[in-house]
Design a binder for this molecule. Structure first.
Ligand code: FES
Length: 65
């Protein structure tokens, strides 16, 4: 993991719940592969926006995985 990976991991994905990208990447590496399961595993999508802002970002990560 280089510096760019570390910085990338610190990007906020779910702003409402302050969940960073690295949290999702770890779950994906542990075998969590769907948007719904990632939300359940991290608590993302349960903030005031109801997942409007983070769902597209989570979906993008799932597609790249
Ligand atoms: S940004 Fe994730 S619930 Fe609002």
């Amino acid at each position: 993991m280089d510096k760019n990976d570390i910085l990338d991991g610190l990007k906020p994905i779910c702003l409402c719940k302050s969940i960073k990208k690295k949290v999702f990447l770890k779950k994906i590496s542990e075998g969590v592969k769907t948007v719904a399961d990632l939300k359940k595993a991290t608590g993302a999508g349960t903030g005031p926006c109801g997942g409007k802002r983070c769902t597209p970002r989570i979906s993008e990560m799932v597609q790249k995985a």
